[in-house]
Write a protein that binds this ligand. Structure first.
Ligand SMILES: Cc1cc2nc3c(=O)[nH]c(=O)nc-3n(C[C@H](O)[C@H](O)[C@H](O)COP(=O)(O)O)c2cc1C
Length: 481
C-alpha cells in the first residue's frame, strides 16, 4: 500500500506553500553568497524553507533552500500534518521501514523528467549550473549540498546512495571528502582504488524528499529499496546516459561521471554541520563529469551547513537515533526510546531504558559506539523509562542529579571519530580518532528501595484523584496550558 508522499520536489514545494512552510523570493538573488546568507539565516531562525525565483546570471533556473531543516518540514515530507510531534514522526519512520525492502521500478527515458535536457561530451560545463558560493571562506562553489551520490559495488549488485558534499573544481571536475568508513568510501577505497579502476557515479541534485531522507539514513538496506519502503511503493528510476547506474526519474538535475582512483585535488574549507569550519584545504576525492541531464526549468537546491539547525543535523539526528533504537531492540535491550538532539549536531543521544540490571548503560554505550553508527557521535546519555527523552528540561535535570560525577561517567579513549570534530586535536582529526563518553543517569538497581531518592514532581508525588481534579479544573482556574 502506497503511503502519502511527494514524488518530486515540485509537489513537495507546493505542499510546503499550503502549510505556510515556504517563502518565495521574487527579487533577483546572487548565487555568490547572497543565496547562502538567506538560507543560513533561515536555518538559525528555524524559518520557512525558501524558493528563489530569479538567480543572477542564470535565467531559466530557480533554487530551493533549507528543504527539510525543521521537524514541521520533516512531517510534511512524510505526508503528515506539519504539527505532528517528533515521537509520532519517529513512529511513522519505524513503521514504514519495518517490512520487506521494495525494489525500484525502471522508467523509460521518455517518461523521466530528469532527461528533458541531455548534455554530454564537450558541451558539459558545470559552470552552466547555478552552484552557490554557500559561505564566505568556502574553498569554492558547492554544487552538492542537497543531493546524493549513486555508486555501485565492484563485486556485487549493491548500490549505495549517500550525501557527500561536492565542490566545483573546473568545468568538468568536482571534488569532495569521501570518508573511509562511509558506504561509498568502503566501496571505493577497498575495491576500485586497489584495482586502479574509475568508479562510475551519478550525483542526484534536488531529489524528492523521501529519497533524500533515505540517502542520509545509516540503513543497511540499499537506499533505493529503503526509499521504496518509505513510499510504500517502488521509487521510479531511470538509466544514466554514460554509465550503468540508475537515478530517480523525477529529480531536478543529474551529473554523471567517474570517481578517479589514485588522483586527488584540493578541496575545502567549507562551513560544516558541526557549526564550524574545521577541515583545512586538502587533497580529496575527484569526480570527473561525463554528462549532465536535467529538467527544462531545473530547480537547484541548497542546504547550508552551520550552527543548528540544518538538514545535516536534523535528518542525521533523526535517522541515526531511530536506527540506533532498532539496533538496540534487535539486541534485546529493553529500550523505551532513543532521541538524538539535532542541536547537538548529532553528537549527543539520549537513550531511555528499563533499568533491569546493573551497568546496562555501559552495555548500551558499547553497542552503539561499536556499531556502524558509532563514528558520527561521541556522547550517550542513558535515562530510565520515566524520563521524557524529548524534554530538554528533564534531560538536564536527570544529568545533574542522577549521573555520579566519577562512577557515572564512562570514557572510552580510543574511539573512531570523524575528521570534522571541532574538539579534537589536529592530529586526532587527521586520523579520525575520538574518545567516547557514556553518562549513566540510572540509579543503581542494587540500591535498597528505601534508599532510592523519590522524584518530587506533579506526576510522581500526588494521588491520581488529586492530579485528575487539578488537571480537569486547570483552564477554569485561569491557566492557559
Ligand atoms: C546535507 C548533508 C551533507 C552531508 N555531507 C557529507 C559529506 O560531505 N561527507 C560525508 O561523508 N557525509 C556527509 N553527510 C552524511 C552522510 O550523508 C551520511 O553519512 C550518509 O548516511 C552517508 O551514507 P552511507 O551511510 O551510505 O555512507 C551529509 C549529510 C547531509 C544531510
Amino acid at each position: 500500500m502506497a503511503y502519502k508522499y511527494y514524488k518530486d520536489n515540485r509537489t513537495y514545494i507546493e505542499a510546503l506553500k499550503r502549510t505556510g512552510d515556504l517563502i518565495e523570493i521574487t527579487d533577483e538573488v546572487d548565487w555568490d553568497l547572497e543565496m547562502g546568507a538567506i538560507v543560513r539565516r533561515v536555518c538559525e531562525k528555524k524559518a520557512p524553507a525558501v524558493f528563489f525565483k530569479k538567480i543572477k546570471d542564470y535565467p531559466g533556473f530557480t533554487a530551493f533552500g533549507a528543504p527539510i531543516a525543521t521537524y514541521r518540514r520533516l512531517a510534511v515530507s512524510f505526508g503528515l500534518d506539519p504539527e505532528t510531534s517528533i515521537p509520532d514522526i519517529s513512529k511513522e519512520y519505524l513503521k514504514r521501514t519495518m517490512g520487506e525492502p521494495i525494489k525500484p521500478k525502471i522508467l523509460d527515458k521518455k517518461d523521466a523528467p530528469c532527461k528533458e535536457v541531455v548534455i554530454t561530451g564537450d558541451k558539459v560545463n558545470l559552470f552552466d549550473l547555478p552552484a552557490p558560493m554557500v559561505h564566505d571562506g568556502d574553498g569554492g562553489r558547492y554544487i552538492g549540498t542537497w543531493h546524493f551520490v549513486v555508486a555501485k559495488d565492484y563485486d556485487t549488485d549493491f548500490v549505495n546512495w549517500g550525501m557527500y558534499r561536492q565542490m566545483v573544481y573546473d568545468e568538468k571536475t568536482m571534488v569532495g571528502p569521501v570518508l573511509a568508513f562511509s558506504d561509498m568510501g568502503k566501496m571505493f577505497y577497498n575495491k576500485y582504488v586497489p584495482r586502479n579502476i574509475p568508479m562510475p557515479f551519478a550525483t542526484v541534485i534536488n531529489p524528492d524528499p523521501l529519497s533524500a531522507i533515505a540517502s542520509c539514513a545509516p540503513s543497511p538496506i540499499s537506499e533505493a529499496e529503503f526509499t521504496g519502503m518509505l513510499m510504500g511503493e517502488p521509487v521510479e528510476l531511470v538509466k544514466c546516459e554514460t554509465c550503468d547506474l540508475y537515478v530517480p526519474a523525477h529529480a531536478e538535475i543529474i551529473i554523471e561521471g567517474v570517481v578517479l582512483p589514485n588522483v586527488t585535488l584540493e578541496e575545502a574549507p567549507f562551513g560544516e554541520y558541526t557549526g564550524y569550519r574545521t577541515s583545512p584545504r586538502d587533497k580529496r576525492t575527484v569526480y570527473r563529469v561525463t554528462a549532465i541531464t536535467m529538467r527544462k526549468d531545473p530547480i537547484m537546491a541548497i542546504s547550508n551547513m552551520g550552527v543548528p539547525t540544518d538538514e545535516g543535523q536534523l535528518l542525521r539526528s533523526f535517522s541515526l537515533g531511530l536506527e540506533m533504537e532498532r539496533m538496540l531492540k534487535d539486541q534485546g535491550i529493553p529500550v523505551t526510546g532513543v532521541f538524538m538532539l539535532p542541536e547537538s549536531t548529532h553528537h549527543f543521544v539520549v537513550v531511555g531504558v528499563k533499568p533491569i540490571y546493573a551497568n546496562i548503560a555501559t552495555q548500551i554505550g558499547q553497542l552503539v559506539f561499536g556499531s556502524k553508527l558509532g563514528p558520527w557521535f561521541h556522547m550517550v546519555m542513558v535515562v530510565d523509562d520515566k524520563t521524557d527523552i524529548y524534554n530538554k528540561d528533564e534531560i538536564i535535570h536527570a544529568l545533574c542529579t542522577k549521573c555520579h560525577p566519577s562512577r557515572g561517567i564512562r570514557i572510552e579513549e580510543h574511539g573512531v571519530g570523524t575528521p570534522l570534530n571541532p574538539f579534537a586535536s589536529p592530529e586526532e582529526r587527521l586520523y579520525g580518532r575520538a574518545p567516547k563518553v557514556v553518562f549513566d543517569c540510572l540509579f543503581p538497581p542494587e540500591w535498597p528501595t528505601s534508599m532510592v531518592p523519590i522524584k518530587v514532581s506533579f506526576d510522581n508525588v500526588y494521588p491520581k484523584d488529586i492530579q485528575e481534579k487539578v488537571l480537569s479544573n486547570w483552564k477554569r482556574y485561569g491557566f492557559k496550558d
